[in-house]
Each structure stands twice: as C-alpha cells, then as structure tokens.
Design a protein around this ligand. Structure first.
Ligand code: PLP
Length: 381
C-alpha cells in the first residue's frame, strides 16, 4: 500500500541539493564571528547565502536576520515592535483573528505581562480580514497602535490576505507579516509589499528544520529577545547556524515547487471531494488561496477520528488545529470564519507540495467515501 504525505503545510521533505549542501557545511570548521581564516571562510559562505535569500525576497542583505524558526522570527518582530512603540507611548497590538499561534500567543503574552492592549481584526466567512474594521480602528486609535501583524496566507485554509491594503491603511504604523506559508508559493517581495517586518521558515520550502529568518527594514531598531555576542544587528545573538543557513539558501534556489501544477492537484482534489461527498464544505473556497492547501469540513464527523482513519490508509494529513494536552481544540481559524465548535471539529487539512502527484490525489479520493462513512458511523456511537 502506498504511503502518502499530504501535510506539506506542516513540514516539507528536504530538497536533495539542500540536504547535500547542508551536510557538506556541517563538516566545515569555523565560527563566522572569528577573524581568522577559518572564521572568515564560514562568514563568506554565510554572507553569500544571505544575499541569495535577500535577492529572492526583494530586500537588502542587511535586512535579513537569521533565526532558529518562523516562530522565533514572529516573536522577535511582534515583541520588538511593541516594545519600540511602547517607548513612544503606544500600547496597542493589532493582529488578525486567524494568526498562527506563533503570533497569537506572543500577543497574549504581551497583554498579560507587558501592558499591551491586543485587538483582533475579524475575518469574513471566507477567511479574509475585514479591512473596513481596520480602517475604522486606525482612524480612531491609530496614534496608540504600536504594531499591526497580519499573516500573508493562512496555514489552515490557505486564504491569502490583502497585505498591500493593510500597509496602505496603516500609514506610519509598523506592519509585520508572517509569510511562512506563502514563501516560494506566491510571488513575494518585501520591498513591494512595503511591510516593516516579515517572517520566513526554511522547513516549509524544502529546507532544513531549525532555521528561519526575520526580514526587518534596515532603518528600524527593535529591542532584542536574546542578548549575547551581538550577531544579526544585535537583534538575534547566537553563533550563526551556518549549515542550516546554507541548506536554507540552497532550497531557495533549487526548490522545484511548481505553483501551477500544485494548484491543478488541489483543484482536482476539490472537484472529487465535492462530487463524492456533496455536503462537504471547502473552507475559504470563494477566496484567493495558496496553491497547496485544502481545508474541508465533513459534517457529522470528528477530525481526530478522520485523521486516524486516514492514517490507517497510510495517508498523512492534518486537523489543522492546535493540540492541547492530547485533546484537539476547535480551530480558532474556523471559529473566526463562523463555524460552530462542532463543525470546526469536523474538518481536515490536506496540503499538497512539490513532491505530490495526481496519483496521490486519486488514491486519497478513492478511500475518502469509506473513511467519511466510517467517521460518521463512529460519531453516532
Ligand atoms: N507561521 C505560520 C503561518 C506557520 O504555518 C508556521 C508553522 O506551522 C509558523 C509560523 C511557525 O514556523 P516554525 O515551524 O518555523 O516555527
């Protein structure tokens, strides 16, 4: 029986050339902060990688701050921009109601520990932020807002957010965008978007785990979370992870992700689901979405049961929502889009990627009616 991986939004297989480049770099000696020949050689490799990333995302090399993850980039940006704003008498943090926990939780932390007032931008039933709400908020309380953070594309539904409009409405207020899911899936330019800060992560694009980046405007100074050797503009101290960075840059240039082909797979899958399970709801269907993500509600089922039934068929997919002490909570994203607790807990996320094929799609479709029938039967008992 084939084993199918349809969870590319969680993490992706490493691109072979990135794996080789990273492995080779692991054998290279030299701390990039050292001034001797070994150190300078590692520094050169690292700065070449920084340039590759900067070119890809349309920013200056000095605007790339390497981190250990997308989560870390989000934390540095949100907390740093909040603290910088608070020094100027601004204490409001604005986020969307569908952010990843790597923004939601630091925002909550800022509210409980650092005196922030956190306001959430609601979304439509199709998962797009309410720009009118944001416009009114900025008009009324703009001079109190330290930072606005809205993700570029949502990790559960794939719905793309209107970041250019957010930046226009924000005016002088710093805007951060979490582009972890959209990087290499959509055209992405830091300078064209006009945001102040943007988060990226290597393992979502065929690069290694444990390396991410915060892109931060050159002119912006923010307090640091980590203090030490003063690396990365003194914003992110710590010896740079040269093998991870080399792997990241190699994945950036050699990823064979074909957005058109992945979109075709996604749409082939959606049409089959709609034909076979007529009451299934494709979440965010009316909105512009990432090529690879499909989030489906199957009424009368339980996400956890479906996940295990899929796993028994050797298919890896996701419930999309957070797990707390082994129990799945209803997804805050689906709740924000108007779902009830019950329907939000009847949903699965399938995410296609560079290595997905039409036969992967067809195999899932072939087992789907039985999985859903069993899931419904289990839900009745
Ligand atoms: N932001 C989004 C939208 C994500 O999907 C993820 C990972 O799932 C993250 C941030 C966190 O990235 P990392 O796994 O690199 O910490």
């Amino acid at each position: 029986m084939p084993s199918l991986y349809l969870d590319h939004a969680a993490t992706t297989p490493m691109v072979e050339s990135a794996l080789i480049a990273m492995t080779n770099q692991l054998a290279v000696l030299g701390n990039p902060s050292s001034l001797h020949t070994h150190g300078r050689a590692t520094r050169k490799t690292l700065e070449d990688s920084r340039e590759v990333l900067a070119k890809e995302v349309g920013c200056l090399p000095s605007e790339v701050i390497f981190t250990a993850s997308g989560t870390e980039a989000n934390n540095i940006a949100l907390k740093g921009l909040y603290w910088a704003g608070r020094d100027n008498g601004k204490n409001i943090v604005v986020i969307s109601s569908i952010e990843h926990h790597a923004i939601l939780d630091p925002a909550h932390w800022l509210a409980t520990h650092e005196g922030a007032e956190v306001l959430q931008i609601p979304v439509s039933d199709d998962g797009v932020i309410d720009l009118v709400f944001l416009k009114n908020l900025v008009a009324k309380r703009g001079n109190e807002i330290a930072v606005i953070s809205v993700m570029h594309a949502n990790n559960e539904t794939g719905v793309i957010q209107p970041i250019t409009e957010v930046v226009q409405i924000a005016g002088q207020i710093p805007v951060h965008t979490d582009a972890v899911q959209s990087f290499k899936k959509l055209p992405l330019s830091f300078s064209r978007l006009g945001v102040t800060a943007m988060s990226l992560s290597a393992h979502k694009i065929g690069g290694p785990l444990g390396i991410g980046a915060l892109i931060l405007k050159r002119t912006v100074e923010i307090p640091s979370l980590l203090h030490g050797g003063g690396q990365e503009r003194e914003i992110r101290s710590g010896t740079l992870n040269a093998p991870g960075i080399v792997g990241f840059a190699t994945a950036v240039t050699s990823s064979d992700y074909n957005a058109g082909a992945v979109t075709d797979l996604r749409d082939r899958f959606i049409s089959s689901v709609q034909a076979l399970i007529p009451d299934a709801v494709i979440n965010g269907l009316a909105s512009e979405r990432l090529p690879g993500i499909v989030n489906v509600t199957f009424p009368g089922t339980q996400s956890d049961t479906l996940l295990l039934l899929m796993d028994a068929q050797h298919i890896s997919c996701s419930t999309g929502s957070a797990c707390s002490a082994g129990v799945h909570e209803a997804s805050h994203v689906l709740l924000a889009m108007g779902h009830s607790e019950i329907t939000a807990q009847s949903s699965l996320r399938f995410s296609f990627g560079a290595t997905s094929t039409a036969s992967d799609c067809d195999f899932v479709v072939s087992v789907l009616p039985d999985v859903i029938a069993r899931g419904r039967a289990a839900n009745l008992t």
